[in-house]
Write a new protein. Structure first.
Length: 135
C-alpha cells in the first residue's frame, strides 16, 4: 500500500511540473505574440518641450530643452547644478561652462542682440569679473 501511495505522490508531482511548464510556455508564447504586435512601424517621434534624464538617485543630470529662442542641452553635476550648457539659440550657437556655484566661467559663442553681445570667447573669474574676452 505504501508503494502505491509513493507512486501516486510521484505522479502528482510530475503532473504539477508539467502543468507549470505548460503554463510557462503559453505565457512566453503570448508575450512574444504581443511584443511582435507592439513593434512600431516606420519612424517614431517623441514630442516634448523638455526631456530630463535622471541618474539612479533621481537627480537631473541632463536636460534637453526647447523654447521660443532655440534649443539647449544642459549637463548637471551630482548636486543638480548646471556645469555645461550647449545652445543653438536665435542669436547664435553657444557653449557655456559653469563653476560649482552656478556662475558662468567660460562662454564660447557667436551672435548678438540689443542686450546680449557674445561673439567669440569670454572667461570670468570666480567673482564674475571678466578676465579675458576675444570678440
Amino acid at each position: 500500500m505504501t508503494d502505491v501511495m509513493e507512486r501516486l505522490e510521484r505522479v502528482e508531482r510530475e503532473n504539477r511540473r508539467m502543468k507549470r511548464a505548460g503554463a510557462a510556455v503559453l505565457l512566453l508564447a503570448g508575450a512574444a505574440l504581443l511584443a511582435g504586435q507592439a513593434a512600431p512601424k516606420g519612424r517614431t517621434t517623441i514630442e516634448a518641450q523638455e526631456i530630463v534624464l535622471r541618474d539612479g538617485d533621481g537627480k537631473a543630470r541632463l536636460k534637453l530643452t526647447a523654447s521660443e529662442h532655440g534649443g539647449q542641452i544642459g549637463f548637471f553635476d551630482a548636486a543638480e547644478k548646471p556645469r555645461i550648457g550647449i545652445g543653438a539659440m536665435d542669436i547664435g550657437p553657444n557653449l557655456t561652462m559653469y563653476d560649482e556655484n552656478r556662475k558662468a566661467r567660460i562662454l564660447l559663442g557667436s551672435g548678438s542682440t540689443q542686450t546680449i553681445d557674445h561673439p567669440g570667447l569670454v572667461i570670468w573669474d570666480a567673482d564674475g569679473k571678466e578676465v579675458f574676452a576675444k570678440h
